[in-house]
Design a protein around this ligand. Sequence first.
Ligand code: TRP
Length: 449
Amino acid sequence: MHHRSTWKNRWTFMLATAGSAIGLGNIWKLPYMIGVNGGSAFVLVFIACIFLVGIPLMMTEILLGRRAQKNPYDGMLKLAQEAQVSHYWKYLGGMGMLTGLLILGFYSVIGGWVLSYIIEAAKNSFSNITAAQSSANFDGLLASPVKLLFWHTVFMCMTMGVVARGVNSGLEKANNILIPALFAILLVLLGYSMSVGDMQTAYQFMFKLDFSKITPVAVLSALGHAFFSLSLGMGAVMVYGSYLQRHVSIARTTIYIALADTALGLLVGLAIYALVFANHLAPNAGPGLIFQTLPIAFGHMPWGSFTGTLFFMLVAFAAWTSAISLVEPAIAWITENTLIKRRTAAWAIGVVVWLLGVAVVLSFNEWKDIKIIFGLNIFETLDKLTSTILLPLGGLLMAVFAGYYMKRDHVQDELDLKATAFKLWRIANNIIAPIAIAAVFLYLFGVIK
Ligand code: TRP
């Protein structure tokens, strides 16, 4: 039999899963999505999605993984056999593995931006920078395929280097220190933003309840981002769940991770928007938002070069641990099904994803005007396709499988919840989540307007 490693204890699993969840989604994507989608309206829906859909489905995904003890493809096959239903469920696992690679295609490029900002911060390039200079710097980076390509390549090598070495040796160690460190440095940043930024406007912008501003597009993006932020819907959490020991509570672990993940994203948002408003920048700047805003803070605060370097290093680390979880399902599938060595598999997949990233790089400059669907360029297409379609679809199918196809005692066995809690999970998993996701899809396809 294939030997599978297990996590040393609950903390290691939790930190690794938190490492997967916490990444560019929190630090880069959530802040700009808030701005693009009208501020508090988006935040409110996002939080609702985390609690009503994200947390229950994270439990679902972990339970599927722990029961299956395999990569998503073979895992779904095994669970389908156990439940005596169609073997086609395995394609759900297959779809997830592909989705992960599609995400990594652009994730790695953005990870590259972060790497380049480490160097800029360390060179003290942000010193006394103005808002206009900072935006110009960022535009300069985007306009240079060579720079983008270089950093994308470095990021891919970092990711595949760890994946090639395997789960235990690669992942467990650093998380323990670096995730708490990321939180700590964020508090420093928040403190600085509070003292010089316009925290009050930022707070109003993010949290002032105004239901009238909620638009269907905001709901769609918020739901998609709940999946993205918690790493749900493609089997990443499932694979980590398969390494989780039997006696550990899935529910409690999930709640800690989801809370940490959400809190972190919202804190970054506050820190950034306080600076955005104080500097009269546009909140809806899009994907460049943090790269245009944060240098202003680091350029003016005492110890700014040092703090900025550390900050971007920690963000890069967070992105790195997330990127690893995007490929791990595919690698697990290859190594568990073929004689191909983990190392070979990692580098082969790495090359394919790297090529996808090259297209993404060009979509920021040379190929900017090449539209794929609905007027979206390559980067935007990959982003929207994965976040708003593939991840929610994966989540929907997992929920349906666990809720309607698996034997109830098997589910209860894994979740090991008290009667009331189990009932709550079932309501969320069997009813709320599927209806919410299906409603969003119907809207997307123009069935309900
Ligand atoms: N959650 C990560 C982030 O917020 C990205 C990520 C890692 C992810 N693994 C995933 C997203 C699996 C969806 C599915 O940056």
